[in-house]
Design a protein around this ligand. Structure first.
Ligand code: SF4
Length: 363
């Protein structure tokens, strides 16, 4: 299939020429090897002549103002609104994808909204958003666009958030995260078997990204694991996953256990029972994770933040709705002074659980 060059096609730099004449994309571990006119698995990066281009620069599949807790990020400017958007395509192939209409889109018509980085930053500012989130599909595949949006936002004091599977090669990883203030990284399971069979990917590069974020950047990040009955929800797997997190990343990286619902190609599994999320949270807490959450369910205890110092509920949460906050403006427990890990700047915002779809004016 030949690549249609359009205004949204831009050159990229993470690729190299192979001996057989193909060009290998070096953005993610999938390492697509492309002949002229071919697209990578993500569909949005393609070979055009003697280079690899991004074909969806400046195109979006839609915008929405969400609570930051929906990313989910519970320790990053709590209660504030975030301008969320995505493009099309994805570099994983998860059989349970909950955004498959976007991530698996082969129709660039999905990208209805033209949106320049400046236009997005201006919209975020006008809407009172504290941050912009690259979400719905993985920003790794549209790295050049995400970076430019981040730069435009940061010039206006708006932060950039990546919602990602963490499936990225070491060299682009450095550049990508230099431009991010926060991330939620999916740790989809803790076995190579799950990654291979269910996502057509590998676990090891994701673990490398998590260690990189913790030990070599200042990016605030939290981890999400979607628990699927019978596939990644055993006590043993959750025990190994949470032990690894504490040993390799430390006890203060928040972990979110969220509920699966049957979608896309994984329709033969039941929705995750709330008890499974509670069980996973208990295992995490027992293994020393200080901030373990249940997600996509009403669970006041599993959704709230507890002070690791004295056990006080420092942020009450019910799904995306915040209750009482017992933190100082810089994130210390009002009762015992323990510094809760995260990015806090004053009292929590008051956005609440609202979701506000937004249409950007044509450029
Ligand atoms: S970013 Fe896309 S084209 Fe590049 S290796 Fe990954 S899936 Fe392939």
């Amino acid at each position: 299939m030949s690549v249609q060059m359009t205004a949204s096609t831009v050159p990229t730099k993470y690729w190299h020429v192979l001996d057989d004449g193909r060009i290998q994309c070096d953005v993610c571990p999938r390492a697509c090897k492309l002949r002229d006119g071919q697209r990578g698995l993500c569909f949005v990066r393609a070979r055009e002549g003697d280079e690899v281009v991004l074909t969806t620069y400046g195109r979006s599949s839609g915008f929405c103002v969400d609570p930051i807790e929906k990313k989910p990020l519970n320790h990053f400017l709590p209660g504030t609104p975030v301008l969320s958007f995505g493009t099309a395509g994805c570099n994983l192939a998860c059989r349970f994808c909950q955004n498959w209409d976007i991530s698996k889109s082969r129709e660039l018509d999905t990208l209805a909204d033209a949106a320049s980085p400046e236009g997005i930053a201006e919209a975020a500012a006008a809407l009172g958003c504290s941050s912009v989130a690259f979400t719905y599909n993985d920003p790794v595949i549209f790295l050049e666009y995400a970076i430019d949006v981040s730069d435009a936002c940061r010039e206006r004091g708006i932060k950039a958030v990546a919602v990602t599977a963490g499936y990225i090669c070491p060299e682009p990883r450095v550049e990508f995260y230099e431009h991010m203030d926060a991330a939620n990284v999916d740790l989809k399971a803790f076995t190579e078997r799950f990654y291979a069979d269910t996502c057509a990917a590998r676990l090891a590069p994701v673990l490398e990204t998590l260690e990189y974020l913790k030990h070599e950047t200042d990016v605030w990040f939290e981890i999400t694991t979607l628990l699927i009955p019978g596939l990644n929800d055993s006590d043993d797997e959750i025990d190994r996953l949470t032990t690894w997190v504490v040993d390799r990343l430390g006890p203060d990286v928040p972990l979110h256990f969220t509920a699966f619902h049957p979608d896309y190609k994984l329709l033969d599994r039941p929705p995750t029972p709330p008890a499974t999320l509670t069980r996973a949270r208990s295992i995490a807490l027992r293994n020393g994770v200080q901030y373990a959450y249940t997600g996509n369910v009403h669970d006041r205890e599993g959704g709230s933040t507890f002070c690791p110092g004295c056990g006080t509920v420092v942020i009450e949460r019910d799904w995306y709705r915040l209750g009482a906050c017992r933190l100082t403006d810089d994130g210390r427990c009002e009762r015992c002074g323990f510094a809760v890990a995260g990015v806090f700047a004053g009292p929590p915002g008051e956005w609440g659980p609202r979701r506000l779809p937004v249409r950007l004016a044509p450029a």
